[in-house]
Design a protein around this ligand. Structure first.
Ligand SMILES: *Cc1c(COP(=O)(O)O)cnc(C)c1O
Length: 216
C-alpha cells in the first residue's frame, strides 16, 4: 500500500469528523513529500531536532505539530513556526513556551496532555489537577490553550482503550462548557483512531498506518 492510497483511505473513513495529523517521525523528506503531494499539510513530530530540520527543508505551507515530550531548553528551536504543541503538561514548560512566544511576537496554541494510561513511562497531567492547572495557565498571555491530548495504554485490549477515551471525552466536554476556547480533542493513533472518533476525538495522530511500520 502506498502512502498516497493510505491517506485517501483514512480521509474517506474519517470524513470531516476529525483532522488527520500525519506522524512523520523517523520518515525521510521524500516520504513526507509523497504525503504532501496527496494534499496532506499537517505533520506531527516527537523530537525537536528532527522537527526543526524538517521544517527548514520542506515547503512553508506545512503545519507542524509537536506531539512528543518537550524539554524546556528546546522550546526555542520551534517557537518561531510551531502550529500546535500537543504535550503541555507542566507549568515550568508553559513558562518557557510563553517566554519564547513573546520573543517571536506571537501566541502559541497548546493542548494540555492528560495522563490516562497506567503505563509508567507516559507523560501527562493527572486529570484531577486539570482545573487548577488551567487556572494557573491563565497568567501566560502568549499561550492559547485550545484543548486536550492523551495517549491510551499500549495494549491490544480495546475495552481498556475505549474506557480511557471515554474518560477523555467527558473531561473534554466538561472543560468545553466552561471554556469556549476548548476545541480540540487529540486522541487516536493508527490502531485506534476510529474508536477515538467514536469517543469525540476531532484530531487524530496517525503514523504507521500511513507510512508503514517504523524500525525504531
Ligand atoms: C508515534 C506517535 C503517534 C503515531 O503512532 P502510530 O501508531 O504510528 O500511528 C501518535 N502520537 C504520538 C504522541 C506518537 O509519539
Amino acid at each position: 500500500m502506498s502512502v498516497k492510497n493510505q491517506i485517501s483511505i483514512i480521509n474517506d473513513e474519517i470524513k470531516d469528523k476529525a483532522e488527520l495529523i500525519a506522524v512523520s517521525k523517523t520518515r525521510s523528506i521524500e516520504e513526507i513529500i509523497e504525503a504532501y503531494d496527496q494534499g496532506q499539510k499537517k505533520f506531527g513530530e516527537n523530537r525537536v531536532n528532527e522537527l526543526a530540520e524538517k521544517y527548514h527543508n520542506l515547503p512553508k505551507d506545512i503545519e507542524w505539530h509537536m506531539i512528543g515530550h518537550l524539554q524546556k531548553n528546546k522550546v526555542k528551536y520551534i517557537s518561531e513556526f510551531i502550529s500546535l504543541i500537543h504535550s503541555l503538561d507542566r507549568l515550568s514548560l508553559a513558562k518557557e513556551i510563553d517566554k519564547n512566544a513573546k520573543k517571536e511576537n506571537r501566541s502559541i496554541d497548546c493542548l494540555i496532555q492528560i495522563k490516562i494510561s497506567n503505563d509508567e513511562s507516559k507523560y501527562g497531567l493527572n486529570p484531577k489537577l486539570l482545573d487548577s492547572f488551567y487556572i494557573d495557565l491563565k497568567q501566560f498571555e502568549n499561550i492559547n490553550i485550545v484543548g486536550l491530548m492523551a495517549m491510551a495504554t499500549f495494549t491490544k485490549d480495546q475495552n481498556l482503550i475505549d474506557q480511557e477515551f471515554r474518560e477523555m471525552e467527558s473531561l473534554f466536554k466538561k472543560m468545553k462548557t466552561i471554556y469556549p476556547n476548548f476545541k480540540i480533542l487529540s486522541i487516536g493513533m493508527s490502531d485506534d483512531y476510529l474508536l477515538a472518533i467514536s469517543n469525540g476525538s476531532n484530531m487524530i495522530r496517525v503514523g504507521s498506518k500511513i507510512f508503514g511500520k517504523r524500525n525504531y
